[in-house]
Ligand binder design. Structure first.
Ligand SMILES: [Zn+2]
Length: 247
């Protein structure tokens, strides 16, 4: 099994060791800013063929980041990353919700990073909170045609369009308690689902921040929801990750 979405740059270093001990095959490490892009690349070099890097600026982290510098860094390191991410739109963020200028700038970052993913033929990892439909429309127009809508908890008609367009969706340990996430994962075919933690996001049931090893919880919840053996969920979602990120 893989954790297909972890913010390793924000986790203690021994989280990687613990995830290896837990039997993970690898971790897809997300970047959110220029600074975490550099840190993610460092971790990737430290754990070759286990930590896989993505590069990009997150839709709630772009306020101080420089788009041109990000695009340059992505191009210079295209062979060291497996995807562009975490990119997208977030209409619920307080600085974007009522500010048209910030919203336009957020879209500009997203579109430019989709275009570079298309140019470099790399998949995208998309954050789409509150902006599910616009994220899909822009990805279809400007993106590489492959990627994952991470932690997908949006409307089910958009989910159908996401699946029809060839994208994956992913789920986290929040599957245990989120009705929206459960509805989406119930509907999506297992062949299009990736598992992840979005660590260090807090896990209520454990009363601590998550780590990549907690992807086992995601697999447990998903196997329960889909009424499939845990082994099958583990194998299918691992194959999905290997196919999307070309591992
Ligand atoms: Zn994330």
């Amino acid at each position: 099994m893989y954790d297909t979405h972890a913010h390793l740059a924000d986790l203690p270093e021994n989280a990687v060791r613990r995830s290896k001990a837990a039997g993970l095959k690898g971790v897809i490490a997300m970047s959110t800013t220029l600074a975490t892009c550099r840190e993610t690349l460092r971790l990737r070099d430290l754990h070759p063929s286990f930590v896989w890097a993505t590069l990009g600026v997150h839709p709630t982290e772009f306020f101080n980041d420089d788009l041109e510098a990000t695009l340059e860094l992505i191009k210079a390191n295209q062979k060291r990353c497996v995807a562009i991410g975490e990119i997208g739109l977030d209409y619920w963020h307080k600085l974007v919700r009522k500010n048209e200028t910030q919203r336009a700038r957020q879209a500009k970052f997203y579109i430019a990073q989709l275009a570079v993913a298309r140019e470099l033929d790399l998949p995208v990892s998309i954050h789409s909170r509150g902006a599910w439909r616009d994220c899909l429309v822009l990805a279809s127009e400007h993106g590489p045609g492959c990627g994952v809508f991470h932690w997908y908890s949006g409307p089910l008609d958009v989910l159908d369009a996401i699946i029809d367009s060839g994208y994956y969706v992913s789920c986290t340990p929040a599957l245990e308690g989120s009705p929206e996430l459960r509805a989406a994962m119930e509907r999506a075919p297992i062949e299009r689902i990736l598992v992840e933690t979005d660590s260090p996001v807090w896990i209520k049931s454990l009363n601590r921040p998550s780590e990549p090893m907690d992807v086992q919880l995601t697999i447990d919840h998903l196997s329960e929801l889909k009424e499939l053996p845990r082994e099958d969920v583990r194998a299918t979602t691992a194959r999905n990750a290997e196919a999307l990120f070309r591992l």
